[in-house]
Write a protein of this length. Structure first.
Length: 149
Protein backbone atom coordinates (compact mmCIF):
# COMPACT_ATOMS: atom_id res chain seq x y z
CA UNK A 1 0.00 0.00 0.00
CA UNK A 2 1.35 3.39 -0.97
CA UNK A 3 0.76 6.42 1.22
CA UNK A 4 0.34 9.76 -0.40
CA UNK A 5 2.71 12.60 0.47
CA UNK A 6 -0.22 14.46 2.06
CA UNK A 7 -1.02 11.50 4.36
CA UNK A 8 2.62 11.18 5.50
CA UNK A 9 2.85 14.94 6.11
CA UNK A 10 -0.38 14.91 8.13
CA UNK A 11 0.82 11.94 10.21
CA UNK A 12 4.12 13.72 10.98
CA UNK A 13 2.31 16.90 11.99
CA UNK A 14 0.01 15.01 14.34
CA UNK A 15 2.90 13.11 15.95
CA UNK A 16 4.98 16.28 16.11
CA UNK A 17 2.23 18.20 17.87
CA UNK A 18 1.68 15.45 20.39
CA UNK A 19 5.40 15.18 21.06
CA UNK A 20 5.88 18.88 21.58
CA UNK A 21 3.03 19.09 24.07
CA UNK A 22 4.40 16.32 26.23
CA UNK A 23 7.98 17.55 26.02
CA UNK A 24 7.06 21.13 26.92
CA UNK A 25 5.26 20.05 30.07
CA UNK A 26 8.06 17.76 31.17
CA UNK A 27 10.89 20.22 30.53
CA UNK A 28 9.30 23.39 31.91
CA UNK A 29 11.36 25.01 34.63
CA UNK A 30 10.08 27.17 37.46
CA UNK A 31 10.75 30.89 37.22
CA UNK A 32 13.68 32.13 39.27
CA UNK A 33 12.72 34.07 42.38
CA UNK A 34 13.35 37.80 42.10
CA UNK A 35 16.30 38.99 44.15
CA UNK A 36 15.46 41.86 46.49
CA UNK A 37 17.27 44.20 48.86
CA UNK A 38 16.17 45.87 52.09
CA UNK A 39 15.47 49.53 51.41
CA UNK A 40 14.69 50.86 54.86
CA UNK A 41 17.20 49.73 57.47
CA UNK A 42 15.58 51.07 60.63
CA UNK A 43 11.88 51.34 59.77
CA UNK A 44 10.85 47.79 58.99
CA UNK A 45 10.86 45.15 56.31
CA UNK A 46 10.66 47.09 53.08
CA UNK A 47 12.32 45.31 50.17
CA UNK A 48 12.58 46.01 46.46
CA UNK A 49 14.17 44.74 43.29
CA UNK A 50 16.85 47.16 42.08
CA UNK A 51 15.93 49.87 44.57
CA UNK A 52 16.74 53.44 43.64
CA UNK A 53 16.70 54.60 47.29
CA UNK A 54 17.91 53.00 50.52
CA UNK A 55 16.95 54.83 53.75
CA UNK A 56 19.48 54.39 56.55
CA UNK A 57 17.70 56.36 59.30
CA UNK A 58 13.98 56.23 59.89
CA UNK A 59 13.03 59.08 62.23
CA UNK A 60 13.77 61.93 59.85
CA UNK A 61 14.75 60.10 56.69
CA UNK A 62 17.84 62.22 57.10
CA UNK A 63 20.40 59.66 55.91
CA UNK A 64 19.68 57.92 52.63
CA UNK A 65 21.33 56.67 49.47
CA UNK A 66 19.46 57.81 46.36
CA UNK A 67 19.50 57.71 42.58
CA UNK A 68 21.07 54.24 42.59
CA UNK A 69 21.89 52.78 39.18
CA UNK A 70 22.64 49.05 39.40
CA UNK A 71 24.79 46.74 37.31
CA UNK A 72 24.87 42.93 37.53
CA UNK A 73 21.63 42.80 39.56
CA UNK A 74 20.67 39.19 40.28
CA UNK A 75 24.25 37.90 40.27
CA UNK A 76 26.25 37.05 43.39
CA UNK A 77 27.49 40.66 43.53
CA UNK A 78 25.61 43.73 42.25
CA UNK A 79 27.09 47.21 42.16
CA UNK A 80 25.52 50.65 42.07
CA UNK A 81 26.54 54.26 42.10
CA UNK A 82 24.41 57.05 43.46
CA UNK A 83 24.20 59.91 45.93
CA UNK A 84 24.53 59.75 49.72
CA UNK A 85 22.36 62.46 51.29
CA UNK A 86 22.78 63.56 54.89
CA UNK A 87 20.48 66.02 56.64
CA UNK A 88 22.26 68.76 58.54
CA UNK A 89 21.87 68.81 62.33
CA UNK A 90 23.17 72.20 63.46
CA UNK A 91 21.97 73.32 65.97
CA UNK A 92 19.58 70.31 65.85
CA UNK A 93 18.27 67.97 63.15
CA UNK A 94 14.74 69.37 63.58
CA UNK A 95 15.96 72.94 62.99
CA UNK A 96 18.48 72.39 60.18
CA UNK A 97 17.08 72.43 56.62
CA UNK A 98 20.39 71.81 54.86
CA UNK A 99 21.17 68.57 53.03
CA UNK A 100 24.71 67.48 52.24
CA UNK A 101 25.23 65.30 49.15
CA UNK A 102 28.17 62.99 48.38
CA UNK A 103 28.80 60.47 45.62
CA UNK A 104 28.70 56.85 46.79
CA UNK A 105 29.39 53.34 45.50
CA UNK A 106 27.23 50.46 46.80
CA UNK A 107 27.88 46.72 46.57
CA UNK A 108 25.14 44.18 47.37
CA UNK A 109 26.34 40.61 47.88
CA UNK A 110 25.72 37.15 49.33
CA UNK A 111 22.27 36.26 47.95
CA UNK A 112 20.27 34.18 50.43
CA UNK A 113 17.17 32.01 49.99
CA UNK A 114 14.68 33.00 52.69
CA UNK A 115 12.17 30.62 54.26
CA UNK A 116 9.24 32.66 52.93
CA UNK A 117 10.18 31.79 49.34
CA UNK A 118 11.97 35.06 48.61
CA UNK A 119 15.64 35.70 47.80
CA UNK A 120 17.54 38.70 49.05
CA UNK A 121 21.01 40.13 49.22
CA UNK A 122 22.26 39.57 52.78
CA UNK A 123 24.76 42.47 52.81
CA UNK A 124 25.46 45.85 51.32
CA UNK A 125 28.66 47.80 51.58
CA UNK A 126 28.78 51.48 50.77
CA UNK A 127 31.76 53.75 50.26
CA UNK A 128 31.61 57.51 49.83
CA UNK A 129 33.65 58.23 46.72
CA UNK A 130 33.43 62.02 47.04
CA UNK A 131 36.85 63.52 47.81
CA UNK A 132 35.47 66.29 50.05
CA UNK A 133 36.33 65.96 53.69
CA UNK A 134 34.04 67.88 56.02
CA UNK A 135 32.24 67.32 59.32
CA UNK A 136 29.12 65.96 57.58
CA UNK A 137 30.87 63.44 55.33
CA UNK A 138 29.44 59.98 56.13
CA UNK A 139 31.70 57.09 56.98
CA UNK A 140 31.84 54.00 54.78
CA UNK A 141 29.80 51.11 56.12
CA UNK A 142 28.42 47.60 55.85
CA UNK A 143 24.87 46.52 56.63
CA UNK A 144 23.58 42.97 57.04
CA UNK A 145 19.96 41.95 56.52
CA UNK A 146 18.18 38.95 57.99
CA UNK A 147 15.42 37.19 56.11
CA UNK A 148 11.90 38.24 57.13
CA UNK A 149 10.31 36.18 59.90
Amino acid sequence: MRLSLAAVTMALLIVGCGGSESSSSSTSTPKAKALVLHTNESCGDERATKPTTITLTCATGGVRIEQLEWTDWGRNTAKASGLFRVQGCDPSCAEDNRTYTYTVEVTAHQPADCGDGSRQYAFIEYAVSDERSDANRPRDGTLGFDCPK
